[in-house]
Design a protein around this ligand. Structure first.
Ligand code: BGC
Length: 250
């Protein structure tokens, strides 16, 4: 496979997904493979599962493709500094180095929402948009990425704003809708509160909504009343894979 390709691996609270990406077009050029995140999300188990997933892509006869890994935690200088929907054991670990050892080569390691934001800037809804774009992913947690004139400002963690006395993602992530069996309307009320606070605090020029549920955006985005335009991510649930792969090759 040509070197204009890279492997993106997106580690989440519920699943680990990977695919080969064409870096010129942002297309996935392999099947997207997925494993369930091991129960408890502990470091040794996630590292092992990631290695198993990667083995499905490596062609012994072909070039070793660059790898980008995105992860649901604050990532600073290769260390994981938080753990919301994975084991607390990740806090303070040199995660980038640990993945490099486990996978046997250099990787690029980044927060999952930041990877998705980067992907949307290069290949999606944030491409060419000036000013502040805030991408949020609505999944197990809420991830956020700030892009100012196309430049990523990492580790914003807006899923953990405290709103009405609650950690925002506990009430407004897609997992809250599932856990509490909310209707689209009930969930949209929570999203309305969430996005209104974020809008007031940061005056963005555009909101982008990612995560798997963005494919059902017609059930909730039209219910929101905001001053800021709000659109689904073009790459939905693949944005993390794409962003991680793109950053790996830089
Ligand atoms: C984590 C973030 C992550 C988001 C989406 C949050 O709970 O704190 O780092 O980006 O979930 O996975």
């Amino acid at each position: 496979m040509a070197t204009s390709h890279a492997i993106g691996i997106d580690i989440g609270g519920t699943g680990i997904k990977a695919a080969v990406v064409d870096l010129a077009t942002g297309d996935l050029v392999s099947d997207r493979r997925k494993l369930a995140t091991p129960e408890g999300g502990r470091p040794a188990d996630i590292l092992k599962a990631t290695r198993e997933l990667l083995a499905e892509f490596d062609d012994p006869a072909g070039p070793r493709l660059p790898i980008g890994v995105c992860f649901p935690a604050i990532v600073k200088r290769g260390h994981t500094l938080s753990a919301a929907n994975i084991s607390d054991e990740w806090i303070g670990l040199p995660a980038e180095q640990m993945f490099e050892q486990e996978l046997g080569r250099d990787i690029h390691f980044i927060n999952d929402a930041d990877a998705a934001g980067y992907a949307e800037t290069r290949f999606g809804a944030a491409k060419g948009v000036d000013g502040l774009v805030i991408l949020t992913t609505l999944g197990t947690g809420i991830g956020s990425a700030f892009l100012y004139d196309g430049v990523l400002i990492p580790n914003t963690e807006l899923g953990h704003l405290e709103i009405d006395g609650h950690d925002a993602e506990r009430r407004a992530a897609y997992s809250a809708m599932e856990r509490e069996s909310l209707s689209w309307e009930d969930w949209a009320e929570r999203l309305q509160r969430y996005y209104s606070v974020v809008e007031f605090l940061f005056s963005p020029d555009l909101f982008i909504v990612g995560g798997g549920v963005s494919k059902h955006q017609e059930h909730f985005l039209p219910l929101l009343d905001l001053k800021t335009p709000i659109v689904p991510a073009v790459h939905r649930n693949n944005a993390g894979i794409l962003g991680a792969a793109s950053l790996a090759s830089r």
